[in-house]
Design a protein around this ligand. Structure first.
Ligand code: KG4
Ligand code: ZN
Length: 359
């Protein structure tokens, strides 16, 4: 089984071909990602209109490259999968419409993929994981714990009531004059700084539900910076280190809580597995803390390679493979959805709703 995947929900134009053999093992045959980061950097964030136009310009070529590298033609693939949401609507429509055109012209089934499901299932491709497992998805648009119980069966255990984790890193970077995208810049500055110099809050720590709140931490960082302005580069490093350590403490505490809930729900599952995904999963300080937190709780930490943690089309193609195997295909009039929660039954969280435009 061979599936072409297309991803255009945010600022990466991506296409990939993934196969699965009779034994269930997946193989990445091609993985093409064209980042638009330079086009948006001057604006300090993703501009939806620019993103949509850039997808239109690049997508045909990106798909052609993905097929060529996989040594495949439209006739060789068994289905075409595209991200249908959540994300920026202009980009979603570009990718999904292209997939529909290919499906119609080549006579192949279409699979409309939830981008978050792509992040959730990647570890089954890279590590051959069996269900169930616990997912911590931390990106620029999403921060959530999900119990992954089957393809299409997800239960959200916790989320953020305000900013996403990557968004908090991006805002901290902007405030400290470190540029965009902020996560890697904050991490680099933090490595040089003193994490104990500023006492920043650890919001929601010890709360029973594994939710996050990050906007208060961002405000505390701004106040600490304003108090000592103008900032020397040493001050910036110390602020970044203090911020990253506070975030890391919060992630470790919330993850311990989520693992306990997962364990209660799945008492028969011997050793549990925690999978991390999303751009923030590239942060080494967070990874190191999660290694400790998971081993203390009797869990194994699985972190797919950084390239597959950020946005890519391999995860969309693989989700297509999993859904096709279950006979889950979509009609050609399926619509793109800017909002599309993985768990439609999840409890509402106070103050949540304004975010989630990207994943
Ligand atoms: O999943 P992703 O590539 O794209 C979406 O958000 O859809 O995640 C990007 C986010 C950005 O907010 C970026 O600042 C953050 O991930 N990020 C990091 C690091 N690398 C990327 N945050 C903290 N530390 C990092 N090393
Ligand atoms: Zn994403």
């Amino acid at each position: 089984m061979k599936v072409l995947g297309i991803e255009t929900s945010c600022d990466e134009t991506a296409a990939a071909v993934v196969s699965r053999d009779a034994g269930g093992r997946g193989r990445i045959l091609s993985d093409v990602i064209l980042s638009q980061v330079d086009a948006h950097a001057v604006f300090g964030g993703v501009v939806p209109e620019i993103a949509a136009r850039a997808h239109v310009e690049a997508l045909d070529q990106v798909i052609a490259t993905a097929l060529r590298e996989a040594d495949a033609t439209f006739a060789d693939i068994d289905a075409v999968a595209a991200t249908a949401g959540p994300g920026l609507i202009g980009g979603l429509i570009v990718g999904l419409t292209t997939a529909k055109a290919i499906a119609l012209a080549a006579g192949k089934p279409l699979i409309a993929v939830n981008h978050l499901e792509g992040h959730a299932l990647t570890a089954r491709l890279t590590d051959g994981l069996a269900f169930p497992y616990l997912l911590l998805l931390v990106s620029g648009g999403h921060t959530q714990f999900v119990s992954v119980e089957g393809a299409g069966v997800y239960r959200r255990l916790g989320t953020t009531i305000d900013d996403a984790l990557g968004e908090a890193f991006d805002k901290a970077a902007k405030l400290l004059g470190l540029g965009y995208p902020g996560g890697p810049a904050v991490e680099a500055a933090a490595a040089r700084g003193d994490p104990a110099r500023f006492a920043l809050p650890r919001p929601l720590i010890d709360r029973p539900e594994p939710d996050f709140s990050l906007s208060g931490l961002k405000t505390a960082l701004r106040l600490a910076a304003e108090k000592i302005a103008p900032l020397s580069s040493g001050d910036v490093d110390d602020l970044a280190a203090s911020f990253q350590t506070a975030v890391t403490d919060v992630v470790a505490d919330r993850t311990a809580r989520a693992m306990a809930l997962f364990r209660e729900a799945h008492p028969a599952t011997g050793r549990g597995t925690l999978v991390i995904a999303g751009g923030v999963a590239a942060n080494q300080a967070i990874r190191d803390r999660l290694v400790t937190a998971t081993s203390q709780a009797g869990f194994t930490l699985v972190a797919p390679p950084a390239r597959l943690c950020g946005d890519n089309a391999v995860m969309i193609a693989w989700t297509g493979v999993e859904r096709l195997a279950l006979g889950l295909t979509d009609p050609l009039d399926v619509a793109a959805r800017p909002r599309w929660p993985l768990d439609e039954m999840a409890r509402p969280v106070l103050g949540h709703g304004a975010k989630g435009h990207k994943a």
